[in-house]
Ligand binder design. Structure first.
Ligand SMILES: Nc1ncnc2c1ncn2[C@@H]1O[C@H](COP(=O)(O)OP(=O)(O)OP(=O)(O)O)[C@@H](O)[C@H]1O
Length: 243
């Protein structure tokens, strides 16, 4: 069978710009221009993910994993280089991305679904399934600002798990929530992955999760891609490096 590429990243560079804090007076006195501190978080990264493949991204804190995922989701645009998702729909599951705090869980389901590109009618047809999976009881009609972080991620996971996109990007969320929900979402994740229709990129510090779920592992360090290969190839070298 011919390989079908779902994600193609070429020579990607992404930087953060933080404006240096000079007062206007200081700037005028010292003739300083307001300068931006530029921090290069992703440096010359290239890789491909095939349709149906599950890629795990590993690396120590600050190595650029979340930045990479947000770039794939279209939240950050490249300084240079390119990301081609070959017209696939994409969703990012990440803590702290996306809900309107004053709106209820139910209203946020509609909003998030529409942001993912689904019609309101379709989202409403999936509403009961999402609410049942999230298991938030009466909280589903309360403003999201009243949710605990575990409840927040239950809702986020349930929306993305039920409203299926071609590419799912998952940032560390499998490790939150109570044990029961963690197990349920892990199983749901596995079944979503198993049909091989969906392409998945997972960022995780849990090497057990990565070894269990992923076909391929990408190891990042200080914004650079160190190695990409099967878990058997990459994980032992990464563990040795982290010693
Ligand atoms: N908004 C920002 N402004 C400036 N620098 C940032 C910003 N967000 C992240 N960075 C920096 O970019 C680098 C990569 O961050 P990123 O969050 O992608 O790393 P990560 O590998 O996901 O880390 P972790 O495992 O801790 O979640 C870090 O050095 C971080 O300090």
């Amino acid at each position: 069978m011919e390989r079908e590429i779902a994600i193609e990243v070429k020579n990607l560079y992404i930087s953060y710009r933080n404006l240096q804090k000079f007062s206007i007076k200081q700037s005028l006195l010292h003739f300083k221009k307001v300068q931006a501190d530029v921090f290069q978080a992703v440096k010359d990264v290239s890789f491909e993910v095939e349709k149906g493949e599950i890629l795990g991204i590993i690396g120590k804190n600050g190595s650029g994993k979340s930045t990479m995922l947000k770039a794939l989701a279209g939240i950050f645009s490249p300084d240079t280089g390119s990301i081609d998702l070959k017209n696939h729909s994409v969703s990012l599951l990440s803590i702290g991305v996306g809900f309107e705090k004053e709106m209820s869980g139910r209203e946020n389901i509609i909003l998030s679904g529409m942001l993912l590109g689904f019609s309101e009618e379709f989202i409403r047809s999936k509403m009961d399934e999402i609410i049942e999976f999230a298991g938030l009881g009466k909280f589903i009609d309360m403003p999201v600002r009243t949710y605990s972080s575990g409840m927040y991620s239950k809702l986020a996971f349930s929306i993305t798990a039920v409203l299926e996109t071609d590419i799912m990007l998952i940032d560390e969320v499998l490790s939150v929530g109570d044990e029961k929900f963690k197990k349920k979402s892990y199983e749901k994740m596995k079944s979503l992955i198993s049909n091989r229709e969906r392409t998945v990129v997972i960022v995780s510090h849990s090497l057990d999760t990565i070894a269990d779920l992923c076909d391929k592992v990408m190891w990042m360090h200080e914004g650079k891609l160190i190695e990409i290969g099967t878990p058997d190839e990459v994980l032992p070298r990464y563990l040795e490096f982290m010693k």
